[in-house]
Write a protein that binds this ligand. Structure first.
Ligand code: KG4
Ligand code: ZN
Length: 325
C-alpha cells in the first residue's frame, strides 16, 4: 500500500491506496473553507498552521495500515510554499521512521488521475483542468507524456469565481456560491466581453472579465447580483467553449475530460457536453468528491510512479511552488 498526503492549498488530506489493485482503501480530508471564508480567499500562513493540526490527526487513523506501507507519496508541486512544506515534512518523517521510499507527486497530474480512482487509466485523452490555481488544456498520452496546449495568461477560471464572490461579499470558495446565485438569473442582461475572442491565441484570460464584473457590481444594487452572477458565469464559460471550439478545428480527441475543483460547475459541464456532441467525443468527469483537492488522486498517481520506480531521496525531495506542466 501507499500512503499519500495532499497539502498544496487549503485541504489537508491523506489516502491509502493498494498498489496491486489501485483500490482506494482509506481517504480523509479536512477542508479549511470556513476558516478562510471571512478573508474571501486562502491566507497561506493560516492554511499552514491548520495543516500542522489536521494532518497528524488524520495520520493517527492510518496507523493500522503502517505495517503494509511500501512507499509514502506527497504533493510537491505546484502550490503554496508554506503549505506544501507541511506535507513534505510529514512524508519525510514517515519515510525515515518506516524505512520506505518517497514519491513526489505533481498536483496537476493528480487532478488528471482523479478520473481513474479505483480503476485503470485510459489514454490518450484531452483534459481541461479548471481549478483555483489553473486553467489549462492538456493532451495526455501517459503518466510521463503530457503536453499543455493552452493555459491562462493571468487569473484562473475558479479564481475568477472566488474574486467575484468576494466582491459581492458572499464568502469563499466562490464557485459554488456564484453557481447557486446564478440559478434563475438573466445570463444575457450584462453583455460582458468574451476574453480574447478576437485573438488567434489558444490561451485564456480572466483578469479583464473580473474587472468588468467589478464595475457592474459597483454600478449596481444587491438586487442586480443574481443577474451579474448569471451573466458572469455565462461569459466565463463561453470563453472556455470558444477556445475549445478552436482546438477542435485541428484536433479530434475521442475522449475529453474536465477535472479540477471548478469541473463541478454544472453550467460548464452542460456547455462542454453540447460542444462535444457534434464531434462524437466521449466526456469523462471525476466523481464529484474527487473534483476538488484530495489525497486519493495523489495516491492514484503514486501507484503508477511506484511501478516505474520513480522514487526521490530524502535530499532530493523538495517543494517547487510555481512549477508548470
Ligand atoms: O481543484 P481545487 O479544489 O483547488 C485548486 O487546485 O486550486 O479547486 C478549487 C477552485 C476554487 O476556485 C473554487 O471556487 C472552484 O474550484 N470551484 C468552482 C465550483 N466549485 C469549486 N468554480 C465554479 N463552479 C463551481 N461549482
Ligand atoms: Zn487542485
Amino acid at each position: 500500500m501507499i500512503l499519500s498526503i495532499e497539502s498544496s492549498c487549503d485541504d489537508s488530506a491523506i489516502a491509502i491506496t493498494e498498489i496491486a489493485t489501485k483500490k482506494l482503501l482509506f481517504h480523509k480530508k479536512i477542508s479549511q473553507e470556513i476558516e478562510h471564508s471571512v478573508y474571501g480567499g486562502v491566507v497561506p500562513e493560516l492554511a499552514a498552521r491548520l495543516h500542522a493540526e489536521a494532518l497528524p490527526k488524520i495520520l493517527e487513523e492510518c496507523e493500522p495500515y503502517f505495517k503494509d506501507l511500501k512507499a509514502v507519496a506527497v504533493t510537491t508541486t505546484p502550490g503554496l510554499a508554506v503549505t506544501l512544506i507541511e506535507g513534505v515534512t510529514m512524508a519525510k518523517a514517515i519515510s525515515i521512521s518506516l524505512d520506505i521510499p518517497l514519491i513526489g507527486v505533481n498536483h496537476l497530474i493528480g487532478h488528471v488521475y482523479s478520473l481513474f480512482i479505483d480503476k485503470e487509466a485510459v489514454f490518450p485523452l484531452t483534459v481541461l483542468l479548471v481549478s483555483g490555481g489553473h486553467t489549462q488544456v492538456m493532451e495526455v498520452n501517459s503518466l510521463t507524456d503530457i503536453t499543455t496546449v493552452a493555459k491562462s495568461m493571468d487569473d484562473s477560471f475558479g479564481e475568477s469565481f472566488d474574486k467575484v464572490a468576494k466582491m459581492m461579499g458572499l464568502g469563499y470558495p466562490g464557485g459554488p456560491l456564484i453557481q447557486e446565485l446564478a440559478v434563475g438569473g438573466d445570463r444575457k442582461r450584462y453583455n460582458f466581453t468574451i476574453p480574447l475572442s478576437q485573438s488567434p491565441l489558444l490561451a485564456f484570460s480572466y483578469s479583464g472579465l473580473k474587472n468588468a464584473v467589478r464595475l457592474a457590481i459597483l454600478d449596481g444594487e444587491a438586487s442586480d447580483y443574481k443577474d451579474i452572477a448569471a451573466s458572469f458565469e455565462h461569459i466565463a464559460t463561453q470563453h472556455l467553449t470558444q477556445k475549445l471550439k478552436k482546438y477542435f478545428k485541428t484536433r479530434q480527441p475521442k475522449t475529453f475530460a474536465i477535472v479540477g475543483g471548478a469541473s463541478a460547475n454544472l453550467y460548464l459541464r452542460s456547455q462542454i457536453e453540447a460542444l462535444l456532441q457534434p464531434h462524437k467525443a466521449k466526456l469523462l468527469l471525476s466523481e464529484l468528491k474527487y473534483c476538488s483537492d484530495n489525497a486519493a488522486m495523489i495516491g492514484r498517481v503514486a501507484v503508477e510512479m511506484y511501478d516505474k520506480e520513480m522514487f526521490s531521496s530524502l535530499e532530493d525531495l523538495d517543494i517547487a511552488p510555481r512549477s508548470q506542466l
